[in-house]
Design a protein around this ligand. Structure first.
Ligand SMILES: Nc1nc2c(ncn2[C@@H]2O[C@H](COP(=O)(O)OP(=O)(O)OP(=O)(O)O)[C@@H](O)[C@H]2O)c(=O)[nH]1
Length: 614
């Protein structure tokens, strides 16, 4: 069976882990909120600090006018063996043991200012202090700023509400045990602590009422109605306290002497003598400790469930953002190649189908190219006037006798050169489709998301490769066009020569074979012959250009988009490989945080296992 000490020690440990994680409640699922804690709540000067100090048995809290406690103080008390030296330790300054409690007070003040500045602002970021002493019981208390009704000089008016909100944010948590401090020398009905406690815990099951200043109540009045449970009844009995008066503090009456005085006060008190065993700060400390133990015992299953849930969630997120990468160059090279392959797979899916985009290449061949071919200005180039001009120029001083051989050649070569435009445009259009597919594939490769440097390296390498393919493709298509003008299809013209004879009976308007070589009809006929020839070339190119483009660009992109890159990567040294696998700094930080969280949660689970089943 777990001991009280080990149970509270366990919670202390988990609380410290929470502070390291920056988890002190607030948004989302919080382990902190699942842990039972005791929060000390009360109006200003109600005696909160005094109660805390007498529970600890030491002077260590900052004192002064105005709002002294401006950050929550998480005070973890650890009971040590009799005779051991007392010391304190702050979580923000681990391994520094404070044996001088005046220095503890100074450190609390300094650490408060470190976050809030000297501005007297408040902050909900807790200061965590552990006290190891034979004079304490195992207990965790949270000291909160005193509830106040007015801001003092130098503090913004909003501070009144800010403090109430902060205190409320602690005490409204169902796992918070409220230590509501009310000075007995004032009307309990107007006590800030009781008012707030009633609001957040109407049944009073997690509120402990503490009446301070019993010794300075008006003559003839007492607090018996409350202490004996007749008024302001809570589920737990009220505890009366007598702290050091200001005069005692000024006389430096130490805490141990003060506790003795308090004990004597109750034992000898005519009003409270019969309640002496259930009064005083020592009794309060024991009562709280016992209660905390019961609560913790009840909470353990839900805490374990929460821890397990958190661990699962962290693991899932780590899987999603990727585990840390190996440091040796072999493994790094392997990782880089794997990532390249992942990209290549996505890219191929775009081309081969499965992912959209590849069809746009067919669109270039099926629409763009034919449309561009159709728009070529052959009408103008082969107009009767231009034909006449070109033919005459080719003839020179001696007009042709039968057929203008040179003129035909010039007209045909001139026309064929127009095909270069659509051929190059086809190359470019496919290039842009491929480039767009590279861009898409980079962004769709999940594995690459965490490596922005590598992603841009791969994109750059792929685009460079596409440029090379484009150059090659451009050369090839221009060559196809050039080939058309380098050797004309003789058969076409032979057939042409025979045609007019054959068609003679029907072709009334066609010029006779020996027509005047200077007539319009003659040039029109030449123009239409060239046009027919060019149409044939056009049909050929419409079919062959896509073949060249696919061969040079698409097929190469599928086969060897990253080949050059692979060769480069293979030659890189270790540091360069590491640099390529640079991750988004935010992601690295997130992974670091998750790893730390994971470790702390696992540790917490192990700690609970070790304690709970002892
Ligand atoms: N006589 C007597 N004086 C007390 C008692 N409790 C507190 N005081 C005095 O009341 C004053 C305020 O006590 P603190 O413990 O500083 O009160 P606090 O609620 O922490 O005050 P703030 O931190 O300013 O909000 C001090 O001068 C204490 O000496 C008590 O039980 N009896």
């Amino acid at each position: 069976m777990a001991t009280m000490k080990s149970l509270i020690g366990l919670i202390n440990k988990i609380q410290r882990a929470c502070t390291v994680l920056g988890d002190h409640g607030g948004e989302g699922m919080s382990l902190w909120e699942a842990l039972p804690t005791v929060a000390v709540v009360g109006g200003q000067s109600s005696g909160k600090s005094s109660v805390l100090e007498s529970v600890v048995g030491r002077d260590f809290l900052p004192r002064g006018s105005g709002i002294v406690t401006r950050r929550p103080l998480v005070l973890q008390l650890h009971k040590t063996d009799e005779g051991t030296t007392e010391y304190a330790e702050f979580l923000h300054a681990p391994r520094k043991k404070f044996t001088d409690f005046a220095a503890v007070r100074k450190e609390i003040e300094d650490e408060t200012d470190r976050i809030t500045g000297k501005s007297k602002q408040i902050s909900n970021k807790p200061i965590q202090l552990s006290i190891y002493s034979p004079n304490v019981v195992n207990l965790t208390l949270i000291d909160l700023p005193g509830l106040t009704k007015v801001a003092v000089e130098g503090q913004p008016d909003s501070i009144v509400q800010d403090i109430e909100n902060m205190v409320r944010s602690y005490v409204e948590k169902p796992n918070c045990i409220i230590l509501a401090i009310s000075p007995a020398n004032q009307d309990i009905a107007t006590s800030d602590a009781i008012k707030l406690a009633r609001e957040v815990d109407p049944t009073g099951e997690r509120t402990f009422g503490v009446a301070t200043k019993l010794d300075i109540m008006d003559k003839g009045t007492d607090c018996l109605d409350v202490l004996e449970g007749r008024s302001y009844r809570l589920q737990h009995p009220w505890v009366g306290i007598v702290n050091r008066s200001q005069a005692d503090i000024n006389k430096r009456v130490d805490m141990i002497a003060a506790r003795r005085k308090e004990r004597e006060y109750f034992e000898t008190s005519p009003e409270y003598g019969h309640l002496a065993s259930r009064m005083g700060s020592e009794y309060l400390a024991k009562l709280l400790s016992q209660h905390l133990e019961t609560v913790i015992r009840q909470k353990i299953p839900s805490i374990v469930a929460l821890i397990n849930k958190s661990i699962d969630e962290i693991n899932a997120e780590l899987d999603r953002i990727g585990r840390p990468i190996a440091v040796d160059s072999g493994a790094q090279l392997y990782t880089i190649l794997e990532l390249c392959r992942a990209f290549d797979r996505v890219f191929k899916e775009h081309l081969d189908g499965g992912r959209p985009g590849g069809d746009r290449i067919y669109g270039v061949f099926d629409h763009q190219l034919p449309a561009a071919l159709k728009k070529l200005p052959f009408d103008r180039h082969l107009s009767t006037r231009n034909v006449q001009k070109v033919v005459s120029e080719a003839d020179g001083y001696q007009p042709h006798l039968i057929a203008p051989e040179q003129g035909y050649r010039r007209l045909i070569v001139g026309s064929i050169s127009y095909f270069k435009g659509p051929a190059e445009a086809t190359v470019d259009a496919v290039h842009f489709v491929l480039k767009e597919l590279v861009r898409k594939s980079i962004s769709e490769t999940e594995e690459l998301k965490r490596f922005p440097t590598l992603a841009s390296d791969i994109a750059a390498a792929a685009n460079e490769a596409l440029e090379r393919f484009r150059d090659e493709s451009r050369k090839t298509v221009l060559r196809l066009v050039d080939m058309e003008s380098s050797y004309l299809t003789v058969e076409f013209f032979r057939k042409l020569h025979l045609e007019p004879e054959k068609e003679k009976p029907n072709q009334r308007n066609a010029p006779p074979p020996n027509a005047d070589i200077h007539s319009d009809n003659h040039f029109r006929k030449i123009g239409s012959n060239v046009s027919a020839y060019i149409n044939m070339v056009c049909d050929t190119l419409r079919i062959s250009l896509p073949k060249a483009v696919v061969y040079c660009q698409v097929r190469e992109a599928k086969r060897s988009l990253l080949n050059f890159f692979y060769a480069q990567v293979g030659r890189k040294e270790k540091e360069k490989l590491g640099a390529m696998l640079d991750e988004d700094p935010q992601l690295m930080e997130r992974r670091g945080t998750l790893a730390k969280r994971l470790e702390l949660y696992k540790q917490a689970r192990d700690d609970i296992d070790a304690v709970a089943w002892k």
